[in-house]
Design a protein around this ligand. Structure first.
Ligand SMILES: [Zn+2]
Length: 267
């Protein structure tokens, strides 16, 4: 997606088989603007727009929801948005969405008033803005178990259920440990693990778009490298203790009871 979309100018924007509304807000503002780059924050794709070589302050925000698909080929059905592009092929970006949970809209950059989920998102896991200090500060503000804190996407965007189990295992932190009780050492280990796991996931997938879909719930080629997720009963790759499955934040969670010491029960 990024290579052929970056630098292209939008020449038309049309809603197709979709009711105008907040999910497609401001779409017409994209016309005449150039896509500066394709970036990602959690499950959102953010495309800052330029007019006559300068930042216009507008941003195209895309969220695939559960069933959204972006393509340079016209889909057979459920097409919602078509963006016409200048210059060479492909000459359009198509957004199809069977269940209509996705979003495809133009907003003012960093003014995500209508998008509370996006506004609450932490920095992207692979961006330079994501530092151990920032992670520590965000975890300190959380009243939840560390896995729930990660799933909230507030400390860092992009760690879904599967990757949360993997990074906590790498960092030797039990998923049920209260986020704000992690030591400095553990926070640094967790930060490092998040970076390593998501970097490997991106490498396993290849392009930004695949990575994006990965974050949206598919692990694809990275599945072979999983150490604990979906490995309940199998030996921990580090110490041999059988991996246990538990439920944290209503999600199936996998951990090594030996490497990841559970929090002490109170009372
Ligand atoms: Zn272990």
């Amino acid at each position: 997606l990024a290579p052929w979309l970056t630098g292209r100018t939008v020449v038309s924007a049309s809603l197709v088989d979709a009711v105008p509304g907040p999910k497609y807000a401001g779409l017409e503002r994209a016309v005449g603007q150039r896509v500066r780059e394709v970036t990602r924050r959690g499950k959102f794709l953010l495309l800052p727009l330029q007019r006559e070589g300068r930042e216009s302050g507008d941003e195209l925000v895309i969220h695939l929801g559960m069933t959204g698909v972006l393509s340079h080929r016209a889909p057979g059905a459920h097409l919602r948005v078509r963006l016409g592009l200048d210059g060479s092929e492909p000459s359009a970006l198509y957004f199809s969405d069977v269940r209509r949970f996705g979003r495809f809209m133009v907003v003012r950059s960093d003014r995500y008033d209508g998008l509370p989920t996006l506004r609450a998102l932490g920095p992207d896991a692979l961006s330079p803005a994501f530092t151990p200090e920032l992670l520590r500060a965000a975890l300190a503000r959380s009243g939840a178990p560390v896995k729930a804190a990660l799933l909230s996407q507030r400390p860092v965007a992009g760690v879904g259920n599967i990757y949360a189990d993997e990074v906590l295992w790498r960092a030797r932190v039990h998923p049920l440990r209260p986020a704000r009780r992690l030591t400095r050492h553990e926070t640094i280990a967790l930060h490092g693990a998040i970076h390593e796991v998501l970097t490997a996931a991106v490498e396993a997938q290849g392009t930004t778009l695949y990575d994006y879909r990965t974050v949206a719930g598919e692990v694809g080629a990275y599945r072979e490298r999983l150490s604990v997720y979906d490995h309940a009963g199998e030996p921990c790759p580090r110490c041999g203790t059988p991996i246990v499955k538990l439920v944290v934040a209503q999600r199936g969670t996998h951990a090594c009871p030996s490497c990841q010491r559970p929090p002490r029960r109170r009372g």
